[in-house]
Structure formats: structure tokens, C-alpha cells
Design a protein around this ligand. Structure first.
Ligand code: ACO
Length: 325
């Protein structure tokens, strides 16, 4: 029987780096506040590249690393809350750019949890497809949805993309357990890209579409629900947390990760972090961190390491995957 494995990864961020101090040009904030409250030191912000541009670069890197024939890719999923347009999808643009002519391509919208949701969908679909590879990408240009005078949101986010290629293989399996959730009743805690119904029947004022967030509410929610979700996947496999090599959490706030580590009594050095360099890149955060951890040798593909991937964000959505690499 066929299993599905993590085969290759790639990531890309815009070259332009913006340090905390530079943000004081546009709003009343400080390097000290941002570092202390979030762990963020700098972020990469697009100077014009859109989400598809970042996703294409990240995908190309993942393809080149293992010299994959694009014609063997049967599925492309892009997780994003900042698509270039509603049509064509970002994934359609990626499909065209990488010449993956046999691939079915679509985007999913689950904010910062999008990459975890996307992996979950892709591994299930790939088992039943004619081609051996699926490409799952998390990509965002968060900077285009932010109000750059609002210090409560704009200091937190960054732009980037990460890509993972899954492979259908006989006798191997990466996907062990999952726990996915949505609580739509709390959806107003994070709103972005709102559009009004505007037609000759009803004329309304335009909305600016900027991202708004009740940060405190999400913080409290996440520090309760994520430890529970991680415990759930481990319990499902009667797996001791000591047997997990690394816990990759969505990079939204270093303090959230510290609290989760404490609540689970798992040492913080098992939680790789790169939020200092990228800020919160939403759906791109986990694939960026995964690719970085593989590139620096922390995570080794084909080693049998157990990894927990856990994400949370708008929707509200959250979810955890237990994988073996
Ligand atoms: N610079 C200086 N001061 C600031 C800034 C800033 N950038 N931002 C807020 N402050 C001030 C506030 O005005 C407030 O001042 P006041 O007490 O005088 O009113 C004070 O700092 C404290 O503000 P809080 O919002 O209570 O700060 P908190 O410690 O909660 O940190 C943060 C805010 C960083 C947003 C935190 O709540 C958080 O990380 N929340 C979770 C976010 C998250 O995970 N979102 C989901 C993922 S995102 C997605 O799905 C796209």
C-alpha cells in the first residue's frame, strides 16, 4: 500500500528587510516594545512582488532540490489569505509558472492555519491520484492588507512563502495523526480583506479591508487550545512527548510558544523559532520554519524523526499534525 512522505522543501522571502526601528517613521512604537512583547526584530516586506511571485520562487527551490519532473506533480494547493486576485487563483499561477501541466490547482483560505489544513487535504488526495507528487505552499504578502498607521497589527506581520513537495511512496508514511478545528463563532477576532456587497441594488460605503485583530483574545484562546490540540494528537498515538524530536508552532508570538512549552512541560529548545527574523508570515510561517530547520540540519528528512506541526489563526482555525520525516 501507498503512503505519503515529505519529500522536499523550499522557501523564499522578499529581499527587502525592515527593522523595528524603521517602523517608528509611520507609527508610535518602539523596538523595545515589539521585541519584548512578540520576539520580532525584523521582517521582510515586499517592494512589489505579489503572493504568486513568492510562491513560485519557493516552489522552484523545492523542485530543484530533488530535481522533480513538474509533469509528475498531480496537485498544487496554495494556502493564503492574501491572494493576488480571486481568479485566477495563486495556485493556477504557480501551475503555469512551473509547467506542472498535469496538476489540479486550487487555493484554500484558513489564515495562519492554512498550511496545516493544506497538508491534511493534500496527503489524503495524493493517495488516490495518478501522479506521485503534490505541492503544498503557504504564501502571503501580509503587508498589503495592513493599515501601516495601526501599531496593534502592522508591526506583527511579514511577507514570505514556503513550499513542501509530498511524495506517494510504497511502504513509507509521514502522516501519523491530526487534530483540526474551527470556531467560526470567534471569527470576528481577526478580520481581513472585508468586501461590501455593492451593486446597482445597494450602494454602500467602501470598506478599507485592512486587517483588524483582537490580539489579547486570540492570545488567550491559543494558549489554551494549542496545548490541548498537541496533547490530543500525542494521546491518539499513545506517544510520549519525549519521543517527539521537535515542535514547530506557527510563529505569531514568541511568548505564545514559551507558554505552550511551559504548559506541556516540554523544553523550549524543542521549539525551533524564527519569528525574530520574519515576524508572523501567516500561512507561510510553518513551511518557512520547516525549510529552514531542514536546511540548517535540525530536521533531517529520512531520519525517522517525529515532528509536531501546530498552527492557529483567523477563522478562528487551529490544528496539529504529527508527522514522521
Ligand atoms: N508599540 C507600542 N505599544 C503598543 C503596540 C506597539 N506596536 N501595540 C500595542 N501597544 C500598546 C497597547 O496600546 C496597550 O497600551 P495600553 O495598555 O496603554 O492600552 C499595550 O501596548 C498592551 O497592548 P496589548 O494588546 O494588551 O498587548 P499584548 O501583550 O496582548 O500583545 C499582541 C499584543 C502581540 C498582538 C498579542 O496579544 C498577540 O500576539 N496575540 C496573538 C496574535 C495571534 O496569534 N494572532 C493569530 C495569528 S494571525 C493570523 O491568523 C493572520
Amino acid at each position: 500500500t501507498y503512503g505519503v512522505t515529505i519529500h522536499s522543501t523550499g522557501s523564499y522571502v522578499p529581499k527587502n528587510i525592515v527593522y523595528n526601528d524603521e517602523l517608528t517613521q509611520w507609527m508610535d512604537t518602539s523596538d523595545e516594545w515589539i521585541k519584548k512583547r512578540t520576539g520580532i526584530e525584523k521582517r521582510h516586506l515586499s517592494k512589489g512582488e505579489d503572493t504568486s511571485d513568492l510562491c513560485i520562487e519557493a516552489s522552484q527551490k523545492a523542485i530543484n532540490k530533488k530535481k522533480i519532473d513538474p509533469n509528475q506533480i498531480g496537485l498544487i494547493i496554495v494556502a493564503t489569505m492574501t491572494p493576488d486576485s480571486q481568479s485566477p487563483s495563486v495556485s493556477s499561477k504557480v501551475q503555469a509558472a512551473i509547467n506542472a501541466d498535469n496538476a489540479v490547482a486550487f487555493d484554500i483560505s484558513a489564515a495562519c492555519s492554512g498550511f496545516v489544513y493544506g497538508l491534511s487535504i493534500a496527503e489524503k488526495m495524493l493517495r488516490h491520484m495518478d501522479y506521485p507528487y503534490a505541492l503544498v505552499i503557504g504564501g502571503e504578502v501580509m503587508s498589503k492588507t495592513l493599515d501601516w498607521t495601526d501599531r496593534k497589527t502592522s508591526v506583527l506581520f511579514g511577507d514570505g512563502a514556503g513550499a513542501v513537495i509530498l511524495k506517494r511512496e510504497a511502504g513509507k508514511e509521514s502522516f501519523i495523526a491530526e487534530d483540526l478545528h474551527t470556531d467560526g463563532k470567534k471569527g470576528q477576532a481577526l478580520v481581513s480583506g472585508e468586501q461590501e456587497v455593492k451593486n446597482p441594488m445597494c450602494k454602500v460605503d467602501s470598506k478599507d479591508g485592512f486587517l483588524t485583530m483582537d490580539g489579547r483574545a486570540i492570545f488567550n484562546f491559543v494558549t489554551k487550545s494549542i496545548p490541548k490540540s498537541i496533547k490530543h494528537v500525542l494521546r491518539a498515538e499513545t506517544m510520549d512527548s519525549e519521543k517527539v524530536d521537535y515542535f514547530l508552532l506557527h510563529q505569531a508570538n514568541a511568548r505564545i510558544i514559551e507558554i505552550v512549552s511551559k504548559k506541556l512541560t516540554i523544553p523550549l529548545n524543542k521549539f525551533p523559532m524564527n519569528i525574530a527574523h520574519y515576524g508572523n508570515t501567516s500561512a507561510a510561517s510553518l513551511p518557512l520554519l520547516l525549510d529552514e530547520s531542514i536546511e540548517n540540519g535540525t530536521i533531517k528528512l529520512n531520519s525517522g524523526q517525529h515532528i509536531v506541526l501546530s498552527a492557529f489563526g483567523g477563522g478562528l482555525t487551529w490544528g496539529t499534525l504529527l508527522i514522521k520525516v
